[in-house]
Design a protein around this ligand. Structure first.
Ligand code: SAM
Length: 267
């Protein structure tokens, strides 16, 4: 018997085979690839992954799904399941212990309530992966791909932009899942960028302060930044003037290059 879907774990299982095929096609898998799948659920995507990839490591939190998956894929010796919370797991450690190549492809159909937290974690650990294909709530995908001037643009957009190139691929309607969620989903491809920001924590503090109150100007937000950051920006007005940013602008209008310029000016 198939395990019941648990609402508390965001279990909306993908049942439409067209979308399963589409996601797997985007991964362009070969026997050389190792795939890390977060939240395999009942294994709808996993079934295709074990056929095409050299190795599949699934990370599933649900006590009931783990033995179900072990049983379902007991004949596939390229499959293993790790019973862990993807928000706690250190992908670099899985990397050392189980992956033969450190260039895994990550795929996940994520529960909506953990999407922001997991994105931040995946960005932190991005060096483990050559690329990621994520299914998220459509609004989240729109937010992380929002261009400067779009009111959807926020902290997460700039954070993703700093480290990954993001490309929205396609939408997925609620009817593709059982049970059907209330919202549409979308699939996005993220690939790590070559550039590196030396002090990631400082960069996060800068954008977090800039976006603190979305309706306020960037000047007001920097004036009210945490003391530690203010010590590095100095006078907020002068700081923006040196960076050639009109203080009346809102954070959502700044391009990534402008954020980078401001970051480089921090003392
Ligand atoms: N991939 C499957 C599919 O497409 O049918 C299931 C997707 S369902 C939206 C999300 C899956 O993530 C569920 O299997 C759920 O148990 C699992 N999950 C939820 N929170 C998790 C966490 N923190 N760490 C790992 N897995 C999690």
């Amino acid at each position: 018997m198939k395990p019941f879907a648990k609402k508390s774990l965001g279990q909306n299982f993908l049942v439409d085979s067209n979308y399963i095929e589409k996601i797997v096609a985007v991964l362009s898998l070969s026997q050389e690839d190792t795939v890390i799948e977060i939240g395999p659920g009942r294994g709808a995507l996993t079934e295709k992954l074990v056929e095409k990839a050299g190795k599949v490591i699934a990370v599933e939190i649900d006590n009931y799904l783990v033995p179900f998956l072990e049983d379902k894929f007991s004949q596939n010796n390229n499959f293993s399941v790790v019973h862990e919370d993807a928000l706690q797991i250190d992908f670099r450690a899985i990397n050392n212990s189980q992956l033969t190549i450190n260039n895994g492809k990550l795929v996940a159909n994520l529960p909506y309530y953990i999407s922001t937290a997991i994105l931040q974690r995946l960005i932190e650990q991005r060096k483990c992966f050559s690329g990621m294909v994520l299914m998220l709530q459509r609004e989240v995908v729109e937010r992380i791909t929002a261009e400067p001037g779009n009111s959807e643009r926020g902290f997460l957009t700039v954070l993703v932009e700093a480290y990954m190139s993001a490309q929205k691929l396609f939408d997925v309607p609620p009817e593709a899942f059982r049970p059907a969620p209330k919202v549409w989903s979308a699939v996005v491809r993220l690939e790590p960028k070559a550039i590196d920001i030396a002090d990631e924590k400082l960069f996060r503090e800068l954008i977090s302060a800039g976006f603190a109150y979305k309706r306020k100007t960037i000047l007001n937000n920097f004036k009210n930044a945490p003391q530690k950051l203010k010590e590095r920006t100095g006078d907020a007005e002068k700081f923006l003037e040196t960076g050639d940013i009109d203080p009346r602008r809102r954070a959502e209008t700044l391009s990534f290059e402008e954020w980078l310029e401001l970051y480089k000016m921090l003392k």
